[in-house]
Design a protein around this ligand. Sequence first.
Ligand code: NAD
Length: 413
Amino acid sequence: MTAWESAQFQLAEAVKQLGLDEGFHDLLRTARRELTVAVPLRHDDGRLEVLKGYRVQHNLTRGPAKGGVRFHPATDLDEVRALAMWMTWKCALIGVPYGGAKGGVAVDPKSLSRNELERVTRRYISELIPVIGPEKDIPAPDVGTDEQTMAWMMDTYSIHSGYTTTGVVTGKPVSVGGSEGRGGATSRGVMYSAFCALRDAGVDPRDVTVAVQGFGKVGGLTAQFLHDAGCRVVAVSDVTGGVYNAGGLNTAGLLRHLRSGASTVVGYPGTDTITNAELLELDVDVLVPAALEGVIHEENAPRVRARFVVEAANGPTTPPADDILHENGVFIVPDILANSGGVAVSYFEWVQDLQAYFWSEDEVNDRLKRMIERAYADVSTLAGERKVSMRTAAQMIGVGRVAEAHRTRGLYP
Ligand code: NAD
């Protein structure tokens, strides 16, 4: 099942539970705007290559569109559509005044030099200028993009405007209008939501073992924060493979290892090498998929032994796998709740940029914690009342709020 099929399936379930009619269902599943752009790149060796870029604004009813930009070779329009739709429900679920969007360029950023990457970024964002802006659509980092990418995007947009517009993207470095706490926000949110689930199950975080798939911006700091909070992180991985130590990994050492230029976690001293497939099936308490969509599917779901799956990635579990995990008593904290810390602090960053008044890291983290815990409580309460999964409850809240906004605004003309 593709990400787009999964997203549609989940929406259909929420629409059914909410009793919305077919016309409304159509309105909610259809993206308002989809833009495909050519991104011509002059390589360092003089060769010209034309890459494909995308931006989908799934919904704009509750505010400007908001969502990350992915640089990945497998990115295509359908994947971006799915990710944009999930952003819409996520923003509504946590109560930030945005619609949902997503963007991407089909490219492997690791295959490019820094200069090539800068040219791709600037050309892509300049193609998007007619549809983005602090009041229209605000991009952010996702897989394969980072703070530097956002700084180049902000600079490109600002040069075209003739003045500095920090609020056009979020996830920027603090030196150019970024927010304190944004770098670790998604991971912090994953930790807060995981702790809500453990608390409700009466489990002490200091008694749990954890495996994290994807040791990137989100997975790396999630592992670190969980380790700092007393959990035993026994396995982490990246696209190359994974590392395992039953006694617990040195997460800070692994982060330093990558920051100092290592290309993979594999081979880190004091660890055994495992595959990504083995990591997902480890006998741990908490499994955190933090890489890509669809990694837990019909075939491997019966072998997942974790008690809790906390979805840091977007769409890591396909709907058939969802059913299997549910039957096996695995508790899932769904993506639009678990990874919403990123867009929560992106919202804080945008607010700070618009006001040109900046907050302390403690203030950001406090507000983030309250936002995640409130959203978790809303989802958990509805799941209990309606006897549905946490995923369906989260989708019902998100979809329901967007539907309510549509109804209140009315249909033009
Ligand atoms: P990233 O590019 O920083 O890291 C991705 C990690 O996944 C890397 O370690 C990479 O090696 C690994 N990976 C890639 N392909 C893999 C594969 N086939 N198998 C195993 N590992 C693989 O990206 P990120 O920003 O950390 O995003 C990770 C996930 O979190 C994505 O699903 C993204 O949409 C989601 N997310 C990110 C944010 C954010 O703020 N960056 C916010 C919400 C959700």
